[in-house]
Design a binder for this molecule. Structure first.
Ligand code: UN1
Length: 508
């Protein structure tokens, strides 16, 4: 077994454990994790069964009751130490992310860097969980609000960011005083086990109550149990819109809270006033980075007709330079898709696009040969389309880029907003009026709107998420911490009388 896997204490069969102390439960069923890089079996994990589920929820709840009484800055200090641990293990963890998920090593390391960054952010936040004070309308009264933790946060994460998205949720949720139960994607369970192994040392050294950090490895069944469980007041889910709708309706039916980060169908508008070279690099990285498997991946390029041909030539030229292969080899730009089902979806989308009349200026293909033996490597492709094609309104998690023309910036914005998803968007322009229009109320309808930056690669300091079918949630930076807490309004009467609000008198 490779050195980085040993360093992360992954054995051939692993259990999801909480703080390294108690057994989470297995139905005897074992889930193997194969690398999309070379098809090899990396290791296996036990799936949680019903007993394991119950143990975890009970332990997490017990842990919460103690953890919530720790001063927030003390909880922040634990998160600070987790950040230190991640710095120490950035390389092996980044390699595992790359090997189990298939993204490039640089992107794997970048993902661990996002974890480190959110730890730093959460540490500062642990001293800033501010509530407002208000002026009471009554004399001798004080009114203010404070924020309390919710209880257990259930985190359902996707394969494409197997560690970072969990950390955005968990680090904030912990400083807020909650316990977390993580259900990682069943496509990347080892990344979750590795995180748990790394942080369990820190949790033990700090006598953090057992159960503050739990993992449940499982499929849809576990996700459904969590969504229906009244003991889990908040479910934060990342993944497809289909999954998000199921989670949202289950959680809403018990009046729980959900925090959703679902599909994107992100566009870049390339104006005739763009810096074309910047626009080309941003488009290529946005479309082929992580093999088109980010929810922020660029899927649509809306290009002004005057520069369409020049831009298209440069884009095609850039695509011809792309090297596809082992993502752990830094010479390569594009790694594999997550699995062969994803390859099928890629092929089906190409087929649909062709049927609708799409013109492929860079053809797609599944790569064959010894280097590509996992069967998960595909060629990033580009199709010229019209904006109304059904396939263009659909998120395919693969490196397929749709290219279309526009005349006016208003038309470009209308095209950009015409899809059901609303995560990320950008305009490439040096024209101030266009840029400001794009950012204005009449501009992009997405949660993220950028100027002269592509659609992917958001920093953790901003609130991350989007509108419409993207689910409306906001994670990581800004005031996203409020999702993990409940607001309590307190009014204290220190006067010698009992004046009632709204001037009501009540004499006995
Ligand atoms: C995701 O794809 O679910 O903005 C998250 C980005 C990354 C996060 C993507 N910071 O591309």
């Amino acid at each position: 077994m490779s050195n980085f896997i040993e360093k992360l204490r992954i054995s051939s069969v692993n259990q999801g454990v909480s703080t390294g102390q108690f057994y989470i439960g297995s139905s005897g069923a074992i889930l193997p994790s194969h690398s999309p890089v070379d098809g090899a079996l990396i290791a296996s994990v036990y799936l949680a069964d019903d007993n394991g589920y119950e143990t975890v929820v009970r332990k997490a709840n017990e842990a919460f009751l103690e953890w919530r009484t720790w001063p927030a800055p003390k909880r922040g200090d634990v998160v600070r130490q987790i950040g230190e641990k991640l710095r120490e293990f950035k390389e092996p963890l980044g390699k595992l992310v790359s090997y189990e998920m298939g993204k490039s090593l640089q992107e794997g390391l970048g993902e661990v860097q996002e974890m480190i960054d959110i730890c730093d952010f959460a540490v500062g936040l642990s001293r800033q969980l501010y509530g407002l004070t208000m002026h009471s309308e009554r004399p001798g009264h004080r009114m203010y609000e404070q924020w309390h933790p919710l209880g257990i946060t259930g985190i359902i994460s996707a394969f494409n960011f197997p560690v970072a998205v969990w950390s955005w949720n968990a680090m904030l949720s912990w400083v807020c005083g909650n316990a977390c139960i993580w259900k990682p994607s069943e496509k990347t369970p080892l990344c979750a086990i590795a995180c748990q192994n790394l942080i369990s040392d820190v949790l033990l050294q700090n006598n953090v109550p057992e159960g503050v950090s739990c993992i449940l490895i499982g499929d849809k069944y576990i996700g459904e149990k969590m969504s229906n469980d009244v003991r889990i007041p908040l479910i934060s889910a990342t993944g497809s819109t289909r999954m998000g709708k199921a989670v949202a309706s289950a959680v809403a039916s018990r009046l729980g809270k959900s925090l959703l980060e679902l599909g994107g169908n992100n566009a870049i508008i390339v104006s005739k006033d763009a810096d074309i070279d910047i626009a080309v690099i941003a488009s290529v990285f946005g479309a082929v980075g992580t093999a088109g498997q980010r929810c922020t991946s660029s899927r649509r390029l809306i290009v002004q007709e005057d520069i369409y041909d020049i831009f298209k030539d440069k884009l095609v030229n850039a695509y011809q330079q792309l090297r596809i292969g082992d993502p752990m080899n830094e010479e390569n730009h594009v790694g594999p898709l997550i699995d062969t089902d994803a390859v099928k979806n890629y092929l089906a989308a190409i087929e649909s696009c062709k049927k609708e009349g799409g013109n492929f200026i860079i053809e797609g293909a599944v790569l064959e040969g010894i280097e590509y033996k996992s069967g998960c490597y595909v060629k990033p492709c580009i199709a010229e389309v019209f904006a109304h094609y059904a396939i263009v309104h659909h998120e395919t998690f693969a490196p397929i880029l749709y290219l279309m023309k526009y005349k006016s910036i208003e038309e470009a914005i209308a095209i950009q907003n015409s899809v059901p998803q609303g995560l990320s968007s950008s305009v490439m322009t040096l024209n101030l009026r266009e840029a400001e229009l794009f950012l204005s109320v009449a501009g992009s309808d997405c949660g993220i709107a950028n100027v002269n930056i592509g659609t992917s690669g958001a920093e953790i300091g901003g609130a991350f998420g989007g509108e419409k079918e993207t689910g409306g949630g906001r994670e990581s930076g800004s005031d996203a911490w409020k999702n993990y807490m409940r607001r309590q309004t307190n009014t204290i009467n220190w006067s010698g009388t009992l004046p009632l609000a709204q001037g009501i008198t009540f004499n006995i």
